[in-house]
Design a protein around this ligand. Structure first.
Ligand code: UD1
Length: 430
């Protein structure tokens, strides 16, 4: 298994370009299932392991896929096995995103139930309940969700809590349903708006995305499209944090700064200088250039993760590393997932002073971190440990780095180009 080895203490300097958003690309690739005839072309698709997984999933169903660099073409005309097997779903929970499109398209689906994961139980009950309200008959047997329906019908659905992939699943299902669907207490994440924009281009009738009430009027069919995915706000946030933790200066291109208000404000409060270099107008989801200077000393800040537009849970671990080296005490509360502090124990091994009380971590800034071998528990925890390694004295070896490849395209190469002393090693090598 690969590991990443970092020698800490280098100031990062230079330019980096942000890749397409994984969490927008996954639902958008699944949405190709809604197009019964013709070939869709998606651009700015990051070449990540999760993307390869969803492509394999669509291929096993019968879709024809061609990948050329960051472009993925999908012809879902020949899909005839509406199944997502356990072997694929267990490696990526977002595979559940095919459930809604399969039912909408052909009235049949068999999708493995995702198991638990490192960051909590993460059930899919709200996806299932919503599809049942739209007329699907759903049974869970032998670890699989079996769904059947005639044409889905529009329904008025209120989510118990805002769920990102749940909102996406039902929004996709509703595009081909008979009548109007209203999704209330819907999630408002920018990736949902990107999916909605793509679906509208396909001919779907959707309004209200980005607010907590989304209205979808069903249509009979959707058309193939060419669509370019938005840039990744979590990757961008991670590079902002990298400038902060190393006291460096990084110019970040293709940064979706307009949808990063919560994290930019919080990082500024912590002492980073973050400046947008482009004119203020333009597409909300488009990338812009941002200059980050991290030279000033870091200040402790308190933060609570929340659904969008609040501070994203996917940036919690990266912010925590900054707080480990900031002046004063910070409190980070995780309200979205119940078990998302696994990185704390690894950071403690690097000399961080963190105490966990329920869903809050209390962090007292220390003068320095020291390099150590550490274990990544999930995608964002891996990024946080690499950031810690960049600032720590001596060598840090981040094991189980395959998590990183699920969500960051060429992370260590991009960091190398900024001057980091970082390399990937195969298991057993040093
Ligand atoms: C998505 C993102 C993930 C991010 C998360 C929260 C993708 C592919 N993944 O995950 O990176 O960390 O949003 O921003 O976009 N819940 C239920 N029942 C359900 C569904 C969710 O109780 O049926 C709960 C979850 O356990 C969690 C909360 O709702 O506590 C929010 O989860 P959700 O928004 O669904 O996360 P994902 O869509 O899985």
């Amino acid at each position: 298994m690969d590991a990443i080895v970092v020698q800490g203490g280098r100031r990062l300097h230079g330019e980096v370009t942000i890749s397409g958003a994984k969490n927008a690309a996954l639902p958008i690739l699944a949405a190709a299932l809604l197009v019964r005839e013709g070939r869709c072309c998606f651009r700015n698709i990051p070449r990540l392991r999760d993307i390869a997984t969803i492509c394999t999933l669509l291929e096993t169903m019968g879709a024809r896929i061609e990948v050329a660099g960051e472009q993925v073409e999908i012809d879902a005309g020949a899909v005839e096995r509406p199944e997502a097997p356990y072997e694929l779903v267990k490696t990526m929970r977002a595979s559940i995103l095919v459930l809604g499109p399969l039912l909408a398209r052909g009235g049949r689906a068999r999708v493995s139930l995702p198991g638990g994961c490192a960051i909590g139980a993460r059930p899919v009950n709200l996806h299932i309940h919503g599809l049942e309200m739209m007329g699907a008959e759903i049974k869970v047997e032998h670890g699989y969700i079996h769904g059947r329906c005639q044409r889905l019908r529009g329904a008025d659905i209120t989510f118990d809590l805002p769920t990102v992939t749940g909102t996406e699943n039902l929004m996709m299902a509703a595009t081909l349903a008979a009548g109007t669907t209203v999704l209330r207490n819907a999630a408002r994440e920018p990736e949902i708006c990107d999916l909605a924009a793509c679906l509208r281009l396909m001919g779907a009738r959707i309004s209200g995305d980005g607010s907590d009430t989304i209205v979808i009027e069903g249509v009979d069919e959707l058309q193939p499209v060419t669509y370019e995915i938005m840039p990744d706000r979590i990757e961008a946030g991670t590079f902002i944090a990298a400038a902060g933790i190393t006291g460096g200066e990084i110019r970040i291109h293709n940064c979706p700064a307009r949808v990063m208000g919560a994290e930019i404000n919080k990082l500024q409060e912590a002492g980073l200088e973050i400046e947008r270099e482009d004119a203020a107008d333009g597409e909300r989801l488009a990338g812009t250039t941002v200059l980050v200077r991290g030279g000033r000393s870091l200040r402790g800040v308190d933060v609570k993760t929340m659904p969008y537009p609040g501070f994203p849970t996917d940036m919690q671990a990266q912010l925590m590393v900054l707080m480990c080296l900031a002046a004063g005490t910070s409190v980070i509360s995780e309200t979205v997932f119940e078990n998302r502090f696994m990185h704390v124990f690894e950071l403690q091994r690097m000399g961080a002073d963190i105490e966990v009380e329920g869903r809050s971590a209390i962090i007292k800034g220390v003068k320095m971190l020291t390099g150590a071998p550490v274990m990544a528990s999930d995608l964002r925890a891996s990024a946080c440990l690499v950031l810690a390694g960049l600032a720590a004295a001596g060598e840090t070896r981040v094991n189980r780095v395959y998590h990183l490849d699920r969500g960051y395209f060429q992370f260590e190469r991009k960091l190398q180009a900024l001057g980091a002393e970082i390399r990937r090693v195969r298991a057993g090598n040093s």
